[in-house]
Design a protein around this ligand. Structure first.
Ligand code: FDP
Length: 351
């Protein structure tokens, strides 16, 4: 009798919904295919952000060498004036975005005024970015990053103006950051519905691959992140919160550990993955806070909320603030929802 048992038993792998391993371009393209009315403009813009991230990575990775060769904003060995890395990153982004017709203008932490990229008033988007955040850390080989956000223009009678940028963070269409750390990681979100995803750069093939799918920040963490050297400058509620988080109490997991890199991208990224709280409150030296609303606070607030976390000034939701000017500063508190809630309770005097 013939034996029907196959020599090698083969079972199809379980159907997986995980997309880990797909490239950033595929991810962006799939996003567009989910919107039948999409023109491709947004897709193209996100792809240009990916391209700029690759170009800046290659420059950041050579920064130490460049330093040795004198490429530090002074004169290089050929006697030429050379640019600082944050200026290089700024120009790289402007050039990458200017090559397509979709980004009407940009506002950058590096530039006083907006930079117009398109004369066509129909150009649909504007972009905000901090091209190289934490730049005081470049010289000491510590992680730095690029932060970005994309807004839709509402008026197409004229070319873009500053007014196109003065929108609350809740109006962002997309936001994210690129962390130049032990590897380069691009974290992107178009909001809570699509989730927050991280793409790790493989320099050997020149592609970003989805490595951190659907990032969710834990409800509560074990670390706090603040420049404790500013303690004498803080307000009384911040000091009381700081003392509380260092007290011993097993039921609430205190004392929390302290972590502070001094590069927002690095501190915020760690907080996003591990949970806990990052705070740069207002103090007597910086009564309005130190960090910039448009380039730093809003993109991170958008990412944290999309990942299930919170972002506040201590009293108000960051994403609700209507900016009055481009380079406006704000106090910023980001983190796990329960940890941010406690911070706000201290600010309201409830603890
Ligand atoms: P940097 O001054 O090095 O550019 O926004 C700028 C920023 O860094 C953030 O990246 C960082 O979180 C913060 O300032 C650090 O400020 P302190 O040195 O005052 O702690």
């Amino acid at each position: 009798m013939a034996d029907d048992t196959p020599l090698v038993s083969w079972k199809s792998p379980p159907l997986s919904t995980s997309r880990v391993g797909i490239t950033l371009e595929t991810y962006i393209l799939e996003g567009m295919m989910g919107h039948p009315a999409a023109t491709g403009a947004f897709t193209s813009l996100l792809n240009q952000v990916g391209l700029a991230a690759k170009l800046i990575t290659s420059k950041v990775r050579r920064a130490g060498l460049a330093n040795v060769l004198g490429y530090t904003g002074q004169t290089n060995v050929q006697g030429e004036e050379v640019q600082k890395l944050d200026e290089v990153a700024n120009e790289t982004l402007i050039q990458a975005l200017g090559r397509r017709s979709h980004c009407a203008a940009i506002a950058s932490e590096e530039v006083d005024e907006i930079v117009l990229l398109q004369k066509d008033p129909r150009a649909p988007y504007v972009m905000v970015f901090d091209p190289l955040d934490g730049s005081s850390n470049i010289d000491v080989n510590i992680s730095i990053g690029t932060i970005f956000g994309i807004l839709r223009r509402h008026e197409h009678e004229h070319v873009a103006t500053e007014q196109d940028f003065l929108l609350p963070g809740k109006d962002l269409l997309a936001a994210g950051y690129v962390l130049y750390g032990s590897s380069t990681l691009l974290v992107l979100t178009t909001g809570a519905k699509s989730g927050v995803h991280g793409f790790t750069y493989d320099p050997t093939v020149g592609e970003f691959f989805l490595s951190h799918e659907s990032i969710r920040i834990p409800d509560k963490g074990k670390t706090y992140s603040i420049n404790e050297g500013n303690c004498a400058l803080w307000t009384e509620p911040v000091r009381r919160w700081n003392a509380w988080i260092k007290e011993e109490d097993k039921t609430t997991g205190r004392p929390y550990g302290q972590r502070y890199v001094g590069s927002l991208v690095a501190d915020a990224h760690r907080t996003l993955l591990k949970g806990g709280i990052f705070a740069y409150p207002s103090d007597t030296k910086s009564p309005d806070g130190k960090l910039r609303l448009l380039y730093e606070a809003n993109p991170f607030a958008f990412v944290f909320e999309a990942a299930g976390g919170k972002a506040t000034t201590g009293t108000d939701r960051i994403l609700d603030i209507v900016p009055q000017k481009l380079h406006q500063r704000t106090p910023l508190v980001l983190g796990s929802s329960r940890d941010v809630d406690v911070f706000e309770q201290f600010m309201r005097g409830e603890r």
